[in-house]
Design a protein around this ligand. Sequence first.
Ligand SMILES: [Zn+2]
Ligand SMILES: [Zn+2]
Length: 356
Amino acid sequence: MKIQAAVVDAPGMTPAIRQLRIDAPRPDEVLVRIHAAGICHTDMVLRDGHLPLTFPAVLGHEGAGIVEQVGAEVHGLFPGDRVVLSFRSCGTCPSCTDHAPAYCHQFVPLNFDGRRTDGSHKLFDDQQGVSGNVFGQSCFASHVLAYADNVIRVEADVPFHLLAPLGCGIQTGVGTVLEALKVRRGERIAILGAGGVGLAAVMAARIAQAGLIAVIDRHDTRQQLAKSVGATCTSANVGDLPGDFDHIIDTTGVIDLAATAAQKLAIRGTLALVGAYPPVESIAIGPAFLMSAGRRIIGVIEGSVEPKKFVPRLAQMVETGALPIDRLVQCYPFDQIVEAIADSESGRVVKPVLTF
Ligand SMILES: [Zn+2]
Ligand SMILES: [Zn+2]
């Protein structure tokens, strides 16, 4: 079958929309027609060649759409289902069997390789194979081949452009607050960075009825946006954080900022590292400061959630208005993908979503 897809030919290049050929679904695969696709920071990391993805490649890992065809071994999904696509997990490793698929021992090959696990391609440009299995989807395309483990049926009456970002960015922010940190009523939380993940965390902190929700961001417009979705105080300077905090979430990936904020951890407080960190950096925090008061530093992937359970909950929160992510989303027609990515990288738009 012929499809339209945004192809990145080499690391660092901008995508160009071309016609490709997509394989027929194998018995474990699900053909989904994409209606909306969110743009996430990890797409830029992949585009720039920092992960083990081969090029040419089709990026995109926040897809939403309608199931068109289901392989013989896939159960519980049917043509016509409205679905959100999320990350892949193996289902059998120690993390997966302990309800922690975001820490799947096969996470890197399943989500970043770009080919099927047997090395075959799903997408073809003339005779050449194109990486088309990013997060088991590569949804900057009119159609994708996904899997039973990363396709989630959603019943909530929510439009596709608000469903798409639930599969990565929004579940990361909300999941970190509600699932990884389990923030409780009255607790004090600080969130570093008011991007899509940080602002989703603010909304979740409000749902959890946190007592104080502080947001650090250098841009005044983002501070205003944070206030409008639940932040109780904002500043450009981490030194202005008032008092100490039961929870601090770093979404910026700026190690010095996270380390400075960590000095504000309360007794038994936790710093959650959620950003994209350069692999060689280290964080300077005194071991006695941690040990003497039961403080912790944890890494969090995808909010530590089980998407099959959590994404339908998120969709309900959007439907009821508890999670007003329409404040963060701006839609672009698929053929404006270059502008959408530029607006994401410049910070002009919090969460660009491509529509098909
Ligand atoms: Zn696994
Ligand atoms: Zn993502």
